[in-house]
Design a binder for this molecule. Structure first.
Ligand code: KG4
Ligand code: ZN
Length: 369
C-alpha cells in the first residue's frame, strides 16, 4: 500500500453539490480542495428541500464542481488515472435518491474512464470519521451528529464499526430551529437567526418541555417543542395584537435553552455508556450545522469536561455537508481494504448501525438513517 494516497470525493445526497481532493501522507492529511455549491435559493419558496429540484441541480452542476475541485487541487483531468489520483469516493446513501444517483453515476463514469478504484461511502460515516481528519482522534470516540437532517449519537469503534446509542424519533434539531424561525418571522436558515435573538432574551420566561428526559436512554424528540412554541407564540400574540420584539427574543431564548438542555443531558448519558468501555483517549466530537450554535457548543464542552473527555468541534465547513469528509472516508476504507462493490448501490436509507432499531422520522431533508 502506498504511503501517500490522494482521493477525489463527491457528495450530492441532500442540497449541497460538493467535490473535494484530500491527500494523506504518513504524517498528515491535507484538504487540497473542497468545493461546495449550496441550493438554498432554489428551494427557498418551498419551505424545504424539493427532491426533484435538488436532483436536477446536482445533475447540472456536479461535473463543474468536480472540475473546479480538481483545478484548485492542481490536478490535470487528463492524468487522473496516471498517478494524479489513487481513488474516487462517492456518497452512495443515505439521502434523497435522485441526488445520490447523480453522484454515483458521475463517479462510475469517472472511474470507468480513468481505471481508478471507486468506493461508495455512507454519508453518515463521512460525518462520523471527520474528527479523525481534523484532529486525528483514535478509536473509539463518541460523535453527536446534529443537523437539519440528522440527530444521533454514534460510538465510532473502527472505520467500519459504528454503534448508535440513540437518535431522534421524529425531527432533527435543525428542522426545529428552522420551523421556529418561520413561526416567528425570522429569516432562514433558522438556526443563526434564532440564536441571535435568543442572546437578547430571557430563557426562563416560557416553560418549554424537555422531551424524553423522563425516559431512560439516549433517544431524542423535537416535534413537541415546535408545537409548544406555536402555542406560546399564540398566547402572547392574542393580547398584544401582534408579536412584540421582546416576546420574540424570549421565545427564542426559551426554545434554544430547551433544545440545549435535552442535547446536553442525552450527551451526558451517551458519555457514561462510552466511558464505561474505558477508552484509552476519551473524546467526544460534534458534527452537523447545529454545531455552529455557540450556547450548545459551550454546554457540550462543559459536560465533556465534567466527565474527563476531550471535546472536539471541527471547523464549521467540515461539520456541514462537504465532500472532503467523503474523500477522507474513502482513503480510510481503502487503506483498510474495504472496497465492497455492493456499497455502490444508491440507497435512500442506510443505517450505519444495522443492529440498532430503525429510527422513525423522515424530515424535510429526507430519510434519517
Ligand atoms: O449540516 P447542515 O448544513 O445541513 C443538513 O442539515 O444536512 O445543517 C443545517 C442546519 C439548519 O437547520 C440550520 O438552521 C442549522 O443547521 N443551524 C443552526 C445554527 N447554524 C445552522 N442551528 C442552531 N444554531 C445555529 N447557530
Ligand atoms: Zn450531512
Amino acid at each position: 500500500m502506498r504511503q501517500t494516497l490522494t482521493f477525489l470525493g463527491i457528495e450530492s445526497s441532500c442540497d449541497d453539490t460538493a467535490a473535494a481532493v484530500v491527500r494523506q501522507t504518513a504524517r498528515r492529511c491535507t484538504i487540497l480542495a473542497s468545493e461546495v455549491e449550496g441550493q438554498t435559493a432554489l428551494h427557498a419558496d418551498f419551505g424545504g428541500v424539493v427532491p426533484e429540484i435538488a436532483a436536477r441541480a446536482h445533475a447540472e452542476r456536479l461535473d463543474h464542481v468536480v472540475e473546479r475541485a480538481l483545478d484548485r487541487a492542481g490536478l490535470k483531468p487528463g492524468k487522473l488515472g496516471h498517478g494524479e489520483l489513487d481513488g474516487i469516493a462517492v456518497t452512495s446513501g443515505p439521502g434523497l435518491i435522485g441526488g445520490v444517483l447523480s453522484g454515483v453515476m458521475l463517479a462510475r463514469g469517472l472511474a470507468a474512464g480513468t481505471g481508478l478504484p471507486l468506493l461508495g461511502i455512507n454519508h453518515l460515516a463521512g460525518h462520523a470519521l471527520t474528527p479523525r481528519l481534523t484532529d486525528g482522534l483514535a478509536f473509539p470516540y463518541l460523535v453527536l451528529l446534529v443537523s437539519g437532517g440528522h440527530c444521533q449519537f454514534l460510538l465510532v469503534e473502527a472505520v467500519n464499526s459504528f454503534r448508535r446509542l440513540g437518535g431522534t424519533i421524529d425531527d432533527a434539531p435543525g428542522e426545529a430551529f428552522d420551523k421556529t424561525a418561520k413561526l416567528l418571522g425570522l429569516p432562514q436558515p433558522g438556526g443563526p437567526s434564532v440564536e441571535a435573538e435568543a442572546a437578547l432574551g430571557d430563557p426562563h420566561r416560557f416553560a418549554f418541555p424537555r422531551p424524553l428526559l423522563d425516559r431512560p436512554g439516549c433517544d431524542l424528540s423535537f416535534s413537541g417543542l415546535k408545537t409548544a412554541l406555536l402555542r406560546a407564540r399564540n398566547s402572547v400574540i392574542a393580547p398584544a395584537g401582534g408579536l412584540r420584539l421582546q416576546d420574540r427574543r424570549d421565545l427564542c431564548a426559551g426554545f434554544q435553552a430547551a433544545v440545549a438542555d435535552v442535547l446536553v443531558e442525552k450527551t451526558r448519558r451517551a458519555l457514561v455508556i462510552y466511558r464505561a468501555g474505558n477508552p484509552a483517549q476519551p473524546a467526544c466530537a460534534v458534527a452537523g450545522g447545529v454545531a455552529a450554535n455557540q450556547t450548545l457548543r459551550a454546554r457540550l464542552a462543559a459536560v465533556c469536561a465534567s466527565l474527563d473527555t476531550r471535546f472536539v468541534a471541527p471547523p464549521l465547513c467540515l461539520c456541514t455537508d462537504n465532500a472532503a469528509m467523503i474523500a477522507f472516508a474513502g482513503i480510510e476504507r481503502f487503506r483498510a481494504g474495504l472496497g465492497d462493490p455492493s456499497d455502490l448501490i444508491a440507497r435512500p436509507r442506510w443505517p450505519l448501525d444495522t443492529a440498532a432499531p430503525a429510527l422513525l422520522g423522515s424530515g424535510k431533508k429526507g430519510a434519517k438513517a
